[in-house]
Design a binder for this molecule. Structure first.
Ligand code: PMP
Length: 367
C-alpha cells in the first residue's frame, strides 16, 4: 500500500489507525451483521458511538459544564448563517474582525441575515487592504462595541496562514470563534468563549460533521423566529439527535479522536504541532533569498504554513517534484498562490521532516 504524505488543507490527512478501524468494521459493525452505515441513529450501536464522540470532545478540550457540545451539518459556512440566526437579536449589532476570506464571508452572511431580521453586523477592523490579510490585528485596533450581540473572529486563517496567538478580551460580549482549522491543535480556555464552531474536516475528523461548542445560556436565549433545524436549542435538547445526524462522519471522527487521545491528547498534540511548525518556519527563515514567508512573524499559523519561491516557475517545479516524491497537497489556495503546507493533527513530525529534507535538496539544486 502506497500512502502519500498528505498536506491537504481540508478534507485532510486522517490517522491511519482511524481509517483502518473503519475499514475493518465497514461490513459488520461490532457483530451486528450490518454496517454502521446501515444502522438506525435511534438504536444502541450508533448511539454509543455518538455519545462517545461527544464525550471525547468534552474530555480532550476540557469543555466545562456551562457549555454544550453540538454536532451539526452544513459545515463552517452553515455556521456563518446559523450563528447570526441564533444570536443576532433584532435591534442589535454584531462585531466582526475580518482577517481573511472566511471571516469576510461570515460577516457578509450576518449582514444578509441582519437585513432580513432587523439587525446589523459591523466590521471592527479588516487587515485586507494594508497587508493582504498577512497579519492579525493589534490590540488597539480592536475597538469593540460594548453593546454588541457578539464578537466574531476566525482563530486560524486557513488560506493566508495567520493565527490569533492570544484571544481578544471582549468583556461581557460573547466571543464567537470559527476554529475550523485549529480546533484541538492547542489548548483553549473554552470558558472564555460564548461559542466555538468548526467543520471537522481538518483536525478532528472527516467532512460532513460540524462541531459547535456553545454556552448554555446563549443557546437558551437564541432567537425562536427561525426554523427549528437551525436552532442550537433543537440540537442541545436532543443530544444532537434532532434529526438524522451524519452517522458515518461522526463515527470516523470518534475513531480519529480515540487515536489522538491515545497519542497523548491535547498536550502531546500541542507539543508536536509546535515542533512541526518550528521546523518548517526555521527552514524557510534560514534561506530568505530563496523561501519567503509573507505572513508577519507574530501572526504565523502553526497549522497552515504558506510561503513563496523566487518565481512562479520555480513554485510550479517545486510542486511537481514534491508530488513525484509523494508529498502532496502543497499548492497554495487558488486565491493566494505559492505553497501551503497544512500540518494538522494527523500530519506527524516525521512527515514534516520529509518535507524539509525535500526542500533543502530542492534549494540546493535550484537556489
Ligand atoms: N472557515 C475556515 C477557517 C475554513 O478553513 C473553512 C474551510 N476551508 C471554512 C470556514 C468553510 O468550511 P466548510 O467548507 O465546512 O463550510
Amino acid at each position: 500500500m502506497a500512502r502519500v504524505v498528505n498536506f491537504n488543507a481540508g478534507p485532510a490527512a486522517l490517522p491511519l489507525a482511524a481509517l483502518e478501524q473503519a475499514r475493518d468494521e465497514l461490513i459488520d459493525f461490532e457483530g451486528t451483521g450490518m454496517s454502521l452505515l446501515e444502522h438506525s441513529h435511534r438504536e444502541a450501536p450508533y448511539e454509543k458511538v455518538h455519545r462517545e464522540a461527544i464525550a471525547l470532545l468534552r474530555r480532550m478540550l476540557s469543555v466545562p459544564e456551562t457549555h454544550d457540545i453540538l454536532l451539526m451539518q452544513g459545515g463552517a459556512r452553515g455556521q456563518f448563517a446559523i450563528v447570526p440566526m441564533n444570536l443576532l437579536h433584532a435591534g442589535k449589532s454584531a462585531d466582526y474582525v475580518v482577517t481573511g476570506t472566511w471571516a469576510k464571508q461570515a460577516h457578509e452572511e450576518a449582514v444578509l441575515f441582519g437585513n432580513m431580521a432587523g439587525a446589523k453586523a459591523r466590521v471592527v477592523v479588516s487587515t485586507e487592504k494594508d497587508k493582504k490579510f498577512a497579519r492579525i490585528p493589534t490590540k488597539d485596533e480592536l475597538a469593540f462595541d460594548p453593546s454588541a450581540a457578539y464578537v466574531h473572529i476566525t482563530s486560524n486563517n486557513t488560506l493566508f496562514g495567520t493565527q490569533w496567538q492570544s484571544y481578544p478580551e471582549t468583556g461581557d460580549v460573547p466571543l464567537v470563534a470559527d476554529m475550523t482549522s485549529d480546533l484541538l491543535s492547542r489548548p483553549i480556555d473554552v470558558s472564555k468563549f460564548g461559542l466555538i464552531y468548526a467543520g471537522a474536516q481538518k483536525n478532528v475528523g472527516p467532512s460532513g460533521v460540524t462541531v459547535v461548542i456553545a454556552r448554555k445560556d446563549l443557546i437558551a436565549g437564541g432567537r425562536t423566529d427561525i426554523p427549528q433545524i437551525f436552532r442550537y436549542k433543537s440540537f442541545a435538547d436532543s443530544e444532537s439527535l434532532f434529526n438524522t445526524p451524519p452517522t458515518f462522519a461522526i463515527y470516523v471522527m470518534r475513531n480519529t479522536l480515540r487515536v489522538l487521545e491515545e497519542q497523548g491528547g491535547i498536550e502531546a498534540l500541542t507539543r508536536e504541532n509546535a515542533a512541526k511548525a518550528k521546523l518548517l518556519y526555521d527552514t524557510i527563515d534560514a534561506s530568505p533569498d530563496f523561501w519567503r514567508a509573507p505572513v508577519e512573524k507574530a501572526s504565523r499559523s502553526i497549522m497552515n504554513v504558506v510561503w513563496r519561491l523566487p518565481t512562479e516557475e520555480l513554485e510550479k517545479k517545486f510542486l511537481g517534484e514534491a508530488k513525484a516524491a509523494s508529498l502532496v497537497g502543497l499548492k497554495g489556495h487558488r486565491s493566494v498562490g505559492g505553497v501551503r503546507a497544512s500540518i494538522y493533527n494527523a500530519v506527524r513530525l516525521a512527515d514534516v521532516e520529509k518535507l524539509v529534507a525535500f526542500m533543502r535538496e530542492f534549494e540546493k539544486k535550484n537556489g
